[in-house]
Write a protein that binds this ligand. Structure first.
Ligand code: NAD
Length: 513
């Protein structure tokens, strides 16, 4: 069936998979605490994983600490060379890994392959970065003194990832952390552990071929409890957590209580503004991809459409022509554009949100049904919904992780649309479609979008790895991936060196002893 057996074999997935791995060693397979992983695409069992225990956690942290002592002394460009080899291995395994991502998580094959491509791209980025981990040199106010800053490896980095990008978001963190000289402990989502197991096999081969210490890349399979342990653990100086705002608030609080570093990538409530000057020829496909791609399960999914009243009916009519014809089906089936939701809980949240928004006065225009019958036996396939709503509705203010697009009308100038766009607690991605330069610049100005990502004439989802990725407000404030996001994975040190025969003090202070 879709060649999944072969894919699992190629990726080293066995029926029963271990709870943890320290790069070279796998362990904890026989602790009796297991979970069966089924595909949301067709309900079949893919494999079983053991869940890590508190003992397993201890072992892994110790290995990661031990490996750090070696890894931090490997020159950064040499660390980059290892990442280059990982990128090459990912190229080799792109097809099977992409398929497994698609099958386990439910995103369509093109997106599964795209996710692996993103991993390859961040490897390439990190290889270059390994020769550019630079700080500034400053001029000292004291004669015969030199002042500069360095970036040193930080230590063990904990990575907690979400189900919807089961491997790419880990790689954004892990590949940067690796060239920065850190060792990583990955706790993937309990909903998608097998893709993580597959990636760990790929890493193991690279570590082995290079005779590197195990413990540079570690994996712990488990649920929130393991994540909480990392958050509380002073031996883990940075915890990078991707997931819901509810999770981020907990992790942020626990890490904050020990004054550790938390990099938080949380929920979004992303809007596209369509002004009266929007080019609908490019806007409509951008909206549909953003709203129904990955079945509405991207952190950057377009959830709100803020439309000028002069074009509102036209936009609505165009969307109502497309929505009935969206190909919904098995994610590995060619031609499918919308796959299933991750599980039945997600379906329930989808339906509850639709009920709630209608109770508030929203009007369901199309969609909302759960599909049944041949090919839809899992009960996780839904028809994407379009709802006329107001921005201030409670339901619209929340992120529902499902394909619901709220159509919101505005009138007057673009500033009114920007107010609505900013009028939610989340601040991840935003975009405007307009060919009017004044509107576009207002949207990008200091008084414009308050999000971490603000686009003009492209949608809210599908970011490139070269830019820093993340958002403000309840999205958590973290930045990952490109630009100078690497700095959070290192510790900064300011160095002043006196090569004179005097000891002048800063600020001209005299202190004669
Ligand atoms: P989730 O919050 O349920 O789980 C995410 C991860 O956090 C899982 O590994 C989970 O085990 C762990 N976790 C949960 N509670 C925890 C706790 N108290 N302590 C430590 N770890 C804990 O999220 P999900 O359903 O897997 O993913 C969907 C959410 O992720 C959405 O809100 C989406 O917007 C967000 N997301 C954000 C980004 C981003 O970059 N901003 C990217 C992808 C997903």
């Amino acid at each position: 069936h879709h060649g999944i057996r072969q894919v699992l074999r190629e990726l080293g997935i066995t029926a029963h998979n271990a709870a943890w791995s320290t790069g070279l060693t796998w362990g904890g397979a026989d602790n009796g605490n297991t979970r069966t992983v089924t595909s949301t695409a067709d309900g079949r069992t893919i494999g079983t994983v053991a869940l890590a225990t508190a003992d397993d956690y201890e072992q892994v942290v110790l290995k990661a600490q031990e490996a750090f002592k070696t890894w931090r002394l490997v020159p950064a460009p040499k660390r980059g060379e290892i990442v280059r080899q990982i990128g090459n291995k990912l190229r080799e395994f792109k097809e099977p890994l992409g398929k497994l991502v698609s099958y386990e998580m439910g995103k369509i094959l093109q997106e599964g392959l795209g996710e692996v491509q993103e991993m390859i791209d961040i490897c390439d980025f990190a290889v270059g970065l390994s020769r550019q981990l630079h700080g500034y040199t400053m001029h000292s106010e004291r004669p015969g003194h030199r002042m500069y800053e360095q970036y040193h490896p930080l230590g063990v980095v904990g990575i907690i990832s979400a189900f919807n990008f089961p491997v790419a978001v880990w790689s954004w963190n892990a590949m940067l952390a690796a060239v920065c000289g850190d060792t990583c402990i990955w706790k993937p989502s309990e909903k998608t552990p097998l893709t993580a197991v597959a990636v760990q096999h790929i890493l193991r081969d690279v570590l082995r071929e290079n005779e590197l210490p195990e413990g540079i890349f570690n994996l712990l399979i488990g649920d929130a409890e393991i994540g909480t342990k990392m958050a509380a653990d002073g031996r883990v100086p940075l915890v990078s957590a991707t997931g819901s705002t509810r999770m981020g608030k907990k992790v942020g609080e626990v890490v904050g209580a020990r004054l550790g570093r938390a990099l938080l990538e949380l929920g979004g409530n992303n809007a596209i503004i369509l002004t009266e000057n929007a080019d609908l020829g490019i806007a409509i496909p951008g909206i549909v991809f953003g709203a129904v791609g990955t079945a509405g399960q991207r952190c950057t999914t377009t959830r709100r459409l803020i439309i000028h009243d002069s074009i509102y009916e036209d936009v609505k009519a165009r969307l109502l022509k497309i929505y009935p014809n969206l190909p919904i089906g098995h994610p590995l089936q060619e031609g499918t554009l919308v796959g299933p939701l991750i599980d039945k809980d997600a379906v329930e949240n989808f339906q509850k949100a639709l009920e709630a928004v209608q109770a508030e006065g929203g009007k369901l225009l199309i969609g909302g049904e759960v599909l049944s019958g041949a090919g839809y036996e899992t009960g996780t396939y839904v028809k994407p919904a379009l709802v006329e709503a107001r921005n201030e509705y409670h339901t619209v203010q929340e992120e529902t992780f499902a394909p619901i697009l709220y159509l919101i009308k505005y009138s007057g100038g673009v500033e009114n649309a920007i107010d609505a766009q900013n009028g939610v607690r989340q601040g991840l991605s935003s975009s405007i479609f307009t060919v009017n330069m004044r509107e576009a610049e207002a949207f990008l100005s200091h008084a414009g979008s308050d999000c971490g990502i603000a686009n003009v004439n492209i949608g809210t989802s599908g970011a490139e790895i070269g830019g820093a990725f993340g958002g403000e407000k309840e999205t958590g404030g973290g930045r990952e991936s490109g630009s100078d996001a690497w700095r959070v994975y290192m510790r900064r040190q300011t160095n002043t060196i006196n090569y004179s025969t005097q000891l002048p003090l800063a600020q001209g202070i005299k202190f004669d002893v």
